[in-house]
Ligand binder design. Structure first.
Ligand SMILES: [Ca+2]
Ligand SMILES: [Ca+2]
Length: 229
């Protein structure tokens, strides 16, 4: 059964239209993980999988980003930073911090450079962001959340995150050093799926056969030369 007819059959049974099935972008919340910055510091690399953010469509022209720390230990998110490519410069505006925070969290706006961001491919400089107002205490510690609200169009923001024109970075402190101290820090960047490169040109079978003949011919020549010597 072809995909279209499966969808039609499904629609007949469930009453869900094909359009609804085919548009995952209409979901109201999307989650993103964070990854390590290549060639950057390694002190916090083991914690990347416990850091994430999600953003939700408030359906009133605003979106809410939530930064989550589900690592373990004393690790504390002390800074977040957005890099917005000039091609999508109007994407997010009217930033409001501390919207729906969980735990003892308080951030203030700043445009401080994200450390190690010089090693992030395509990072355009910190366009806007925020940092803790009180060291570890007001940072996003394990189990806590920071909420940041913007005016913006959800689908456009999702598209920009997915094509890398919008990037999100974190700086985390109080990371364990050699299992003894807790004064390390490291930065992270959101994970995304880079646009697929153009398909590689695959040699046709005929030319592969040709290459094979050339290669075996060269071997034969080499062998003959060996015998001649
Ligand atoms: Ca790292
Ligand atoms: Ca805290």
């Amino acid at each position: 059964m072809k995909l279209a007819s499966i969808a039609t059959a499904l629609a007949a049974v469930t009453g869900i239209t094909i359009a609804a099935i085919a548009m995952p972008a209409s979901a109201t919340t999307t989650n993103f993980g964070f990854g390590n910055i290549e060639s950057g510091d390694t002190v916090g690399d083991a914690f990347a999988s416990g850091l994430s953010f999600n953003f939700t469509n408030n359906n009133d022209g605003t979106v809410l980003f939530k930064f989550l720390n589900n690592t373990s230990g004393q690790n504390a998110i002390k800074q977040f930073a957005f890099s917005v490519d000039p091609t999508v410069s109007g994407l997010l505006s009217g930033m409001q911090l501390n919207v729906g925070n969980v735990g003892n969290v308080n951030f203030a706006a700043n445009t401080q450079n994200l450390s190690q961001s010089n090693k992030i491919s395509g990072w355009d400089g910190t366009t806007f962001g925020g940092g803790t107002t009180g060291g570890n205490n007001k940072s996003v510690q394990v189990g806590e959340q920071l909420g940041v609200k913007f005016t913006g169009v959800y689908d456009n923001i999702l598209a920009a995150l997915n094509n890398g024109s919008l990037k999100v970075g974190l700086h985390v402190g109080s990371l364990p050093i050699n299992g003894t101290g807790d004064g390390g820090s490291d930065s992270y960047v959101n994970l995304y799926t880079p646009p697929a490169p153009p398909p590689a040109r695959v040699p046709e079978p005929a030319s592969l056969v040709g290459l094979g003949l050339v290669a075996s011919g060269m071997v034969m020549v080499r062998r003959r030369r060996t015998f001649a010597n």
